[in-house]
Design a protein around this ligand. Structure first.
Ligand code: OMP
Length: 270
């Protein structure tokens, strides 16, 4: 999907919501456990109930890998379901990959060609030759971890290296990579006040912003400091939406929770 198509969706739906499909068999309603593929049935119900309120879905791959081959099958069915029924939605494989060049190419093939995700999250630590193999794919997006939402972000990302915070070094160096126009960045909603500094370095890039909902980040602050002319934000909530209820009405409750965020987004966009 092109960035222009993503921006058009955001304007049409008045939403920059990304719903995280962090599907955990211990948290989904128990009546689904008797289904042959409870993970897929859960995802399908959530997607059907919420697709008009969001512009992106982000399955976190860990939640699928945790169930071995069954988890991978459920992930494959989920991405195929999305691409077949709702091709207008942006899809993110939250895999946090990155390795030496030839290995990164294999990861890129897995998520972009085999599973046909629009984007994948990547750790920047191994540098240029670990990131560029992902950037080589046309109309696919590489979402680089810049400043993450967790406490551990302070261990390295904010540390000064020759007088500059490491996350700023990541941003500045990454824009020199080949095909850097295919980059997006992760910035945690819990670090919203850093967004004005970040926007000075990457004014036009899209940001994936997780951490509203369960982690307590503020949507208003994210918009205030992070929005650009084309909005430029995908704000993710996973648990706060998909586990709104453990009962038979879980999908409707998830839609209600997504609607609350979408309404706030619509207000901010005006
Ligand atoms: O890359 C991510 O998506 C990510 C980066 C980050 O800094 N913080 C973060 O929470 N995430 C992911 O975003 C999702 C947040 O989930 P909730 O806290 O349940 O909304 C999880 O899948 C996390 O792995």
């Amino acid at each position: 999907m092109t960035t222009e198509e993503l921006v058009a969706q955001i304007r049409l739906k008045k939403s920059f919501l990304c719903i995280g499909l962090d599907t955990d068999l211990e948290k989904i309603p128990s009546h689904l456990l008797k289904e042959e593929d409870p993970i897929f049935e859960f995802n399908k119900a959530i997607i059907d109930a919420t697709h008009h309120l969001c512009v992106a879905y982000k399955p976190n791959i860990a939640f699928y890998e945790a169930y071995g081959i069954k988890g991978w099958i459920a992930l494959d069915k989920t991405i195929k379901y999305l691409n077949t029924n709702y091709p207008e939605l942006f899809t993110i494989a939250d895999a946090k990959r990155g390795d030496i060049g030839n290995t990164s190419t294999r990861y890129a093939k897995a998520f972009f060609e085999d599973m046909e995700f629009d984007s994948v999250t990547i750790a920047p630590y191994m540098g240029k030759d670990s990131v560029e193999p992902f950037l080589a794919f046309k109309n696919k997006h590489t979402i680089l971890l810049a400043l993450t939402s967790n406490k551990g972000a302070y261990d390295f990302q904010i540390k000064l290296i020759s007088g500059k915070e490491l996350y700023k070094e990541v941003l500045e160096t990454s824009i020199t990579y080949e095909n850097s126009e295919n980059l997006m960045y992760v910035v945690g909603a819990t670090k919203a006040t850093f967004l004005s500094e970040i926007r000075k370095i990457i004014p036009n890039s899209f940001l994936l912003v997780p951490g509203v909902g369960a982690q307590g980040g503020s949507l208003e602050d994210v918009y205030k400091y992070g929005a650009n002319k084309q909005i430029g934000l995908l704000v993710n909530s996973s648990r706060g939406i998909i586990y709104a209820s453990k009962d038979e009405d879980f999908a409707q409750k998830a839609a209600k929770s997504a609607l609350q965020l979408q309404k706030q987004m619509k207000k901010l966009m005006h």
